[in-house]
Design a protein around this ligand. Structure first.
Ligand code: FES
Length: 194
C-alpha cells in the first residue's frame, strides 16, 4: 500500500460522524453512536493510535471514533457543562477519580487535559454496553432538575456525568475509563499514546 492509499484510508477513518445533542436526545438510544464508527481495516488490525481533530466538534457535541475495537467518546463540553460538574460531586461514587480508571494527567475534577474536551471509552463499566449521550438538562426520565446532562446506559440504567463519573445507586461500579491521549497541537488529539 503506498502513502497515498494509507492517507486516504486514514482520512476515511477520521471522517467521523457527529451526534448533535438534539438528535441524540430525541433518539435516546445508544445505537446512533455505534453507527458512526468508520474504522479502516488497516486501523482495526493494527490497533493503531488515531488522530481526532477536535476543532471540528461543535460545542456540546459528541463524536465517536473507534480505537482498538472500542468506541471512544470525544465530547466538546460547553462552559456551562464544565461548570456544572462540581455541583454533582455528592452524587458520584468516585468524584475525585481515586480508582485507576484514567491516566494520571486526567486525575482531576473534570477528568481531562483541557476543560472542554473530554475523551473516554464509551463502554459501561457494568457489563459493557455503550451508554447513550444524554445532554438534555432536566430530563424527566433521568432525575429531572438534578440531571445536568451525561451518559445513560440503556441496558441496566447506569448513569454517568459529562466527565464519565458514575452516579451512586446504579449497577456500574466505577467511572468510565479514559484512554491514553495527548495533544499533537491545539486542534488535534492522538488517542492511544501519552
Ligand atoms: S451494562 Fe450498563 S448498566 Fe449494565
Amino acid at each position: 500500500m503506498d502513502n497515498k492509499e494509507i492517507n486516504q484510508g486514514r482520512r476515511r477513518f477520521l471522517s467521523v460522524a457527529t451526534a448533535g445533542a438534539g438528535a441524540v436526545a430525541a433518539a435516546g438510544v445508544a445505537t446512533p453512536l455505534v453507527a458512526s464508527w468508520f474504522p479502516s481495516e488497516r486501523a482495526k488490525a493494527a490497533g493503531v493510535s488515531i488522530e481526532v481533530d477536535v476543532s471540528k466538534i461543535e460545542s456540546g457535541q459528541l463524536t465517536v471514533v473507534e480505537w482498538r475495537g472500542k468506541p471512544i467518546f470525544v465530547l466538546n463540553r460547553t462552559e456551562q457543562q464544565v461548570k456544572d460538574l462540581s455541583s454533582l460531586d455528592g452524587q458520584m461514587v468516585d468524584p475525585s477519580s481515586e480508582l485507576e480508571q484514567q491516566p494520571e494527567y486526567c486525575k482531576n475534577p473534570i477528568r481531562s487535559i483541557k476543560p472542554n474536551v473530554w475523551v473516554g471509552i464509551g463502554i459501561c463499566t457494568h457489563l459493557g454496553c455503550s451508554p447513550a449521550y444524554r445532554p438534555d438538562v432536566g430530563a424527566a426520565d433521568l432525575g429531572g432538575s438534578s440531571w445536568k446532562g451525561g451518559f445513560f446506559c440503556p441496558c441496566h440504567g447506569s448513569k454517568f456525568d459529562l466527565a464519565g463519573r458514575v452516579y451512586k445507586g446504579v449497577p456500574a461500579p466505577s467511572n468510565l475509563v479514559i484512554p491514553p491521549y495527548k495533544y499533537l497541537n491545539d486542534n488535534v488529539i492522538l488517542v492511544g499514546e501519552d
